[in-house]
Design a protein around this ligand. Structure first.
Ligand code: SF4
Length: 389
């Protein structure tokens, strides 16, 4: 496999880091000065910290604004409580413990509340903060619901991160889903290729199982979350290569994040790198106005410009990501801006009558979320508003 020539400053050959050492006490991150640790402990008492020695090794320690650092190291700005813990109102679509059903064809199984690292901008931080029990160890009620709904042809297994489950447990979940005749596609939502690629490369049983599953009646998609091109290390490439070799399709989704990837050159490199390693750039999400996430805020106007600029120098194969706002009303594609109006289209909708609908709203320069705009009445319905304001 070709190694990337664009990225300077990363180690060019896969390193051995196994077993990766997880760190969940910020005191044990040895490159953070003592006085800062004391300040950050106030943050981690609200929203916990978790990372590992491999991922922390990707941080440029000489740069206080390093993008990898921003992804995983707490920041005092998180104590700003504007926004809500669940602006997408995901929990309101819970149909059985650990199972959500919002869009006709798709069910979501929250299989765990653990991740290989805790992203500081996480849109599901309520799973780590509140004792919500939205993720469930016993997925049988969710499986029963899915088996009784023949319109569900694809299931997203997520969390948390399902690759934090043992291979035995993950296999059990996937086999049970595969046994439901109308389930054709199973998606595994994971950031482990970025946080700990050895979870994949060092587990032949996982890869064998994925191989068998893909050779049967189901297609497995791995939905990765690379936020920055520097996360695509030789180790991560290796993991992606093995997953693709097992017959999985691999798609990437990332939120647009201030200080991480709000730069057209970074977005260009990310899209290119993904396409070079056989990963389809799928969604760029407008990050949700979740409590504590204000420091990652990128306005809609700026987001459109950054994404459009990033596409100027990439091939069509890398231009596949849609810019999406995942709102309680549905997945709304942000199409662009013209003549003082934002243009949107429903990619997925909570209500059938909105599916595929175009709509526009007058530009508000500071707008971040759909609720910051004057949405046409027929689209909004009786939705309540949520934003950072
Ligand atoms: S991997 Fe996903 S669920 Fe886990 S902390 Fe990051 S954004 Fe949240």
């Amino acid at each position: 496999m070709k190694r990337d020539h664009e990225l300077e400053g990363i180690i060019k050959e896969p390193r051995r880091y196994t077993p990766v050492r997880y760190i969940s006490d910020i005191e044990n991150v040895n490159f953070i000065p003592r006085d800062e640790i004391e300040r950050l402990k106030r943050v981690t008492r609200v929203f916990p910290f978790r990372s590992n020695d491999y991922y922390l090794s990707l941080i440029d320690r000489t740069d206080p604004n390093d993008p990898i650092r921003r992804i995983v190291i707490p920041d005092e700005s998180e104590l700003d409580e504007s926004g809500t813990l669940d602006p997408g109102q995901e929990s309101s679509f819970t149909v059985a413990p650990g199972c959500e059903h919002k869009y006709t064809n798709t069910a979501v199984l929250l299989s765990t509340d653990k991740c290989g690292g805790i992203c500081r901008f996480c849109f599901r931080k309520r799973l780590f903060i509140d004792d919500t029990k939205e993720a469930s160890r016993d997925i049988s009620p969710g499986l029963k619901y899915i088996s009784e709904h023949p319109e569900i042809d694809n299931v997203l297994v997520t969390g948390g991160d399902p690759l934090l489950l043992s291979t035995k447990r993950l296999k059990d979940i996937i086999e049970k889903l595969m046994a439901i005749p109308h389930v054709q596609i199973i998606r595994i939502g994971t950031k482990m290729p970025a946080y700990n690629p050895f979870r994949i490369t060092d587990d032949p049983k996982l890869l064998d199982f994925l191989n068998e599953a893909n050779a049967s009646n189901c297609q497995i998609y791995m939905m990765t979350q690379f936020n920055h091109p520097r996360e695509i290390t030789p180790e991560a490439e290796e993991a992606i290569w093995r997953v693709r070799e097992s017959g999985c399709r691999v798609h990437n989704q990332t939120p647009l994040l201030k200080g991480v990837n709000d730069n057209s050159e970074v977005l260009r490199k990310l899209a290119n790198r993904l396409s070079y390693i056989g990963v389809t750039p799928y969604y760029i999400f407008q990050n949700r106005p979740v409590s504590g996430n204000r420091a990652f805020k990128v306005t809609l106007l700026r987001g459109i410009k950054l994404i459009e600029d990033s596409k100027k120098k990439i091939s069509g194969l890398a231009k596949t990501a849609r810019y999406i706002l995942s709102h309680p009303l549905g997945k709304v594609e942000i199409l662009g801006v013209k003549d003082g109006h934002f243009f949107f289209k429903f990619h997925q909708s909570r209500y059938k009558e909105n599916l595929g609908k175009f709509f526009s709203c007058p530009v508000v320069e500071s707008a971040y979320w759909l609720d910051d705009l004057e949405i046409p009445e027929d689209i909004r319905g009786s939705q309540s508003r949520a934003s950072f304001a």
